[in-house]
Ligand binder design. Structure first.
Ligand code: ARG
Length: 717
């Protein structure tokens, strides 16, 4: 599961741990959990999993790009991850003539590997507990003061850790700010594309099958990490050499059986297992439906243009996939939260807490205060989402919003020529990137649609009133779709951003009045300023209240349950989750097997379809049952995907699935629909992780890609 880049709140939890629930920090793996793992089938010592002195499995696990996981699988720095994690790099390496996204690609030698400048990988170097230092600095503080001080002390710690070396560091709160750990990383920036299946394999089933089991997707891609000749992390250089890892994973081609041990190490992005009933309510009633509604509109308008040409399709594919992925997630999440009455479950847990907290001054008011905070912010929630997911969902509007830095610089009491220059230079750079990615036709329609949705769906007292008055006077009736279309057309034809001569003339001598007159800037800043002046402080207040209360709530829950084994909520730090390969019953009378095979790929095949087409090499090899050493003896077929009970979430995409001996048996790439409420509530019966079987990966590389040399680089067991 790929991480959503905008992560909201970091939370932590200890929990009454059931079944295979839990994303464990290896750094604090207690005997209780370790013994459970051994009972289930783990054959390794703690030291083999995680050691600061000796090479261990943790050294093979990397943060891949900004929001995924990858693993080192050869002594020459080969990395496996998901196709959807390499997606934007693959799209960026593709052209209409050499369309690797559509046709796939395998480098025949290292010389053919393609640099992916947008990618990097990060290795975890060490973890330090800095709780005492941070808490000493925060003593007695709450709300905004506390947040500011936390930022300052974190910056100090990071600076002291990274001064004079090329490491990176982050201070990360755990258990809702009841503990603070420092994570130190080393980042390698020379990452090259080694191989990818065609999209019809790597994204087979598209958005129809996304977040669903049974699934038949070859969601893998292969990269390589490079280092400088003297063995250091370095920027891309043609004469860099393959990275020599401390540790790399061996691969098992034995295949999986029901109940086999399965363990996943990776970087889950965020969970919120101690969300309150209020949080569940605002999500299901307001937030998720609003996000889904706006994304739905944007996706349709993008898709309309993508259908028209390969060039547009390549241009928008990656952004479309990212929007679509969480469009379906948020829809499913709200539906599952309601189906399982997670609100009711939370209420019951809170009732216990309230009873326990009676007469304890520190905790007695926690839920009364939550109620107050949520009730105050509630009326403005939708407006904020309509700004972020709607108005700013237009790439032009989002880019124009960044010009605000220029307006600020120009309108200071004592404008600084230096500052203005810096902002101008930065806007010139970002314009180039914006123009490369911009599809005007879809974006113009997005502005028309989202401004209209804002007008109709948000109560008028919260509108940027002047903007809509001008719209009515200039373009016509606000109930009429054409009004917004005419307006959007004007924005696109008159803004300076698409007109080099106008743009350069303005940037040579920038003036605030001219900037405010630019129709793209005028449009977006009307909404942004409306939010900033009237609602932003309410949101900040809500966030601080929520953070303070959550910290207290978790502190209280810990006191209430002394000695309970607990795991912290996901926060994009390295975690281990253990479980078993397992079938399930999604609903009455329906049984889902734990593997699926090539037979099912062919059953789903729809020639020429956008999501279910297949490459002809696959069809031919499948017809001949040409599965070679990768064939599964039990099914007498090629196993494509399997499922396990592991507790993972977005960010874990690309994570290695390991057997009890620590050998690679698959790559985790998704969660199932029945457990889409997993960020808030783990369902011990229904939660499954969807994995691509490593034998399918190897078959695609070897038989379809003709790249046996890549398979030969691995250590097969
Ligand atoms: N749901 C997967 C995840 O979050 C992404 C799958 C990508 N495929 C797709 N059809 N969008 O990691």
């Amino acid at each position: 599961m790929k991480k959503r880049i905008l992560s909201l709140l970091f939370v932590l939890v200890f929990s009454f741990v059931r079944a295979d629930e839990g994303m464990w920090l290896l750094y604090m793996l207690g005997d209780h959990v370790y013994n459970e793992m051994v009972k289930k089938g783990l054959k390794l010592t703690k030291e083999q999993l995680y050691s600061l002195n000796k090479p261990s499995i943790k050294d093979a696990i990397v943060i891949f790009g900004g929001g995924c996981t990858g693993e080192i699988v050869s002594r020459e720095g080969l990395v496996f991850t998901n196709h959807h994690c390499g997606y934007s790099a693959i799209a960026a390496a593709s052209t209409v003539e050499n369309n690797y996204l559509r046709d796939g690609f395998y480098a025949k030698s290292k010389a053919e590997e393609i640099p992916a400048p947008s990618l990097s990988v990060q290795f975890l170097v060490r973890i330090d507990d800095v709780t005492k230092e941070v808490e000493d600095a925060l003593k007695g503080l709450s709300g905004a003061e506390r947040a500011t001080k936390l930022q300052a002390i974190s910056n100090d710690i990071v600076k002291r850790t990274t001064d004079g070396n090329n490491l990176e560091a982050r201070v990360v709160p755990f258990f809702r700010n009841n503990q603070y750990l420092l994570f130190v990383y080393e980042r390698y920036r020379d990452v090259r594309l080694v191989g990818t299946p065609p999209e019809s394999i790597g994204k087979f089933g598209g958005d129809t099958d996304n977040w669903e089991w049974p699934r038949h997707t070859g969601d893998f891609a292969v990269f390589r990490v490079y280092m400088s000749k003297d063995g250091k992390a370095a920027a891309y250089a043609p004469d860099n050499v393959p990275y020599i890892p401390k540790y790399y994973l061996n691969v098992s081609t034995k295949g999986v059986k029901e109940n086999d041990y399965a363990m996943i190490l990776g970087y889950p992005g965020s969970t919120n297992r101690y969300e309150t009933s209020w949080g569940v309510k605002i999500k299901t009633e307001i937030e998720n439906p609003a996000i889904v509604n706006l994304r739905d509109a944007r996706l349709k308008l993008m898709f309309e243009e993508m259908k028209k040409s390969d060039a547009v399709r390549l241009q928008l594919a990656s952004s479309y996939a990212a929007i679509a992925n969480y469009w379906k997630f948020f829809d499913g999440e709200a539906k599952q939260l309601m189906k399982y009455d997670v609100f009711g479950q939370k209420k019951a847990e809170e009732e216990k807490f309230i009873q326990w907290a009676k007469g304890k001054p520190e905790y007695a008011q926690v839920f009364a205060e939550y109620e107050k905070a949520y009730k105050e912010w509630w009326p403005y929630t939708k407006q904020r989402i309509y700004l972020n997911e709607g108005i700013l969902g237009s790439p032009l509007a989002a880019y124009a919003a960044s010009w605000q830095a220029l307006e600020t610089a120009l309108t200071r009491d004592n404008p600084s020529a230096d500052e203005i220059n810096r902002v101008v230079e930065s806007l010139k750079r970002t314009r180039t990137i914006f123009l490369q990615n911009e599809n005007k036709a879809s974006d113009q329609n997005i502005i028309a649609a989202t401004s209209r949705m804002f007008y109709t769906d948000i109560e008028s007292a919260q509108h940027p009133a002047e903007f809509f008055t001008r719209l009515r006077t200039g373009y016509g009736d606000l109930g009429d779709e054409q009004t917004y279309k005419k307006f959007a057309a004007d924005v696109f034809s008159k803004t300076m951003v698409f007109d080099d001569a106008k743009w350069e003339a303005f940037m040579a001598k920038p003036e605030a009045a001219a900037l405010r007159d630019d129709p793209a800037y005028a449009y977006v800043s009307a909404f942004v300023k409306n939010y900033n002046t009237r609602f932003a402080s309410k949101f900040t207040e809500f966030t601080h209240r929520n953070n303070d209360l959550s910290r207290l709530y978790l502190k209280g829950v810990r006191e209430m349950n002394p000695g309970k084994t607990m795991y912290p909520d996901a926060n994009f730090t390295m975690r281990l989750s253990y479980g078993n390969v397992k079938s399930y019953r999604p609903r009455d009378a329906v049984f889902y097997d734990y593997v699926c095979t090539m037979k099912g790929v062919l059953e789903k095949y729809k020639p020429g379809d956008y999501e279910f087409d297949l490459p002809k090499e696959l069809l031919e090899a499948a017809k001949k049952k040409d599965f070679g050493p990768y064939k599964d003896a039990r099914t007498n077929d090629l196993v494509v995907n399997f499922i396990s009970t592991n507790d993972i979430t977005g960010g874990n995409s690309g994570s290695p699935v390991l057997n009890g001996s620590g050998e690679l048996i698959g790559l985790a790439f998704d969660g199932n629909y029945e457990a889409l409420s997993h960020k808030i509530a783990f369902d011990k019966d229904l939660n499954r992780t969807i994995c691509v079987d490593i034998r399918y990966v190897l078959w695609c590389i070897d038989k379809l890609g003709g790249a046996k040399h890549i398979v030969d680089e691995l250590t097969l067991k």
